[in-house]
Design a protein around this ligand. Structure first.
Ligand code: COA
Length: 260
């Protein structure tokens, strides 16, 4: 599979997807959104990929938003379709992926960039990162899940303020808000993300995929998260990973999970 706007690399069980349009600050045009869908799907289907890291190329930006030049003359219907397609094939897709996804936010994460980071399972940022949803300064609202995921992550009042003021927060403020889990230097961003990925990869990926489903269930309309947890918990009992995990504990050895 060849990508025009992405780099795709798998090493030691970790696939790193790098959005690679640095001259446009990695802005998400439609082609890049489609390529990201294919890249995440490929990594999710790849048995050797245990964890996915997504980041941006260059030192300046993770993703500076949806590509404004592409939608500036869209009609209402085209706008709706843009948001619908993006949410379906990328943002919801990533959130519901059974392979864990870490966003390594290496600079500006604005608009669709922050929305992509928020769709990932958690976020790590470099100390130069700046995050925000500036859409209302363009006469539009966030369309890739930002009005839903930002309040989920930082609370309604803070989300309202960030969205209404269209302002950016720095990495430390994002840490303080709980929007990112760790802040480090640019040099340490990928090493720290990889360290977290390796820690995840030592655990049962089958159980992790059930945990992702159960946690996400809390944020889905009409789904009882506690019930989803009961179902996922039960499902784990029928897996080889459960036999290996519990047997290893009882035999006082480290579990050796077969992967996905
Ligand atoms: N869509 C399309 N192109 C974008 C873009 C976006 N979201 N963000 C940046 N770019 C392009 C710029 O047009 C510029 O292209 P050019 O060199 O061909 O003119 C290039 O990336 C570099 O950006 P520039 O604005 O010159 O960098 P800067 O350091 O002065 O400013 C930002 C950085 C992030 C503050 C600024 O680019 C910006 O505000 N971007 C838009 C952010 C936004 O509103 N995102 C939400 C979109 S819904």
């Amino acid at each position: 599979m060849k990508f025009n706007n992405l780099l795709f690399e798998t090493e030691a069980g970790v696939t790193t997807i790098t959005i690679n349009r640095p001259k446009k600050l990695n802005a998400l045009n439609i082609e890049t959104i489609e390529e990201l869908h294919n890249a995440f799907k490929k990594a999710d289907n790849d048995k050797s990929t245990k964890v996915i890291i997504v980041t941006g190329s260059g030192e300046k930006a993770f993703v500076a938003g949806a590509d404004i030049s592409e939608f500036a003359d869209f009609s209402e219907e085209e706008g709706k379709q843009l948001a619908l397609k993006g949410q379906t094939i990328l943002f919801d897709f990533v959130e519901n992926l059974s392979t864990p996804v870490i966003a390594a936010v290496n600079g500006f994460a604005l608009g669709g960039g922050l929305e992509l980071a928020m769709a990932c399972h958690f976020r790590v940022a470099s100390d130069n990162a700046k995050m925000g949803l500036p859409e209302v300064s363009l006469g539009v609202i966030p369309g890739y899940g930002g009005t839903q995921r930002l309040p989920q992550l930082i609370g309604k009042g803070r989300a309202m303020e960030l969205i209404m003021t269209a302002s950016m927060i720095d990495a430390n403020q994002a840490l303080n808000y709980g929007l990112v889990n760790h802040v480090t230097t640019q040099e340490e961003l990928l090493p720290l993300s990889e360290k977290l990925a390796y820690k995840i990869a030592n655990n049962s990926l089958v159980a992790i995929s059930q945990a992702i489903k159960a946690v996400n269930a809390n944020y889905k309309d009409g789904v009882n998260g506690f019930h989803a947890e009961i179902v996922g918990f039960g499902n784990c009992f029928g897996t080889d990973d459960f036999i290996e995990g519990t047997t290893a504990f009882l035999q006082k050895r480290k579990a050796n999970f077969p992967g996905k």
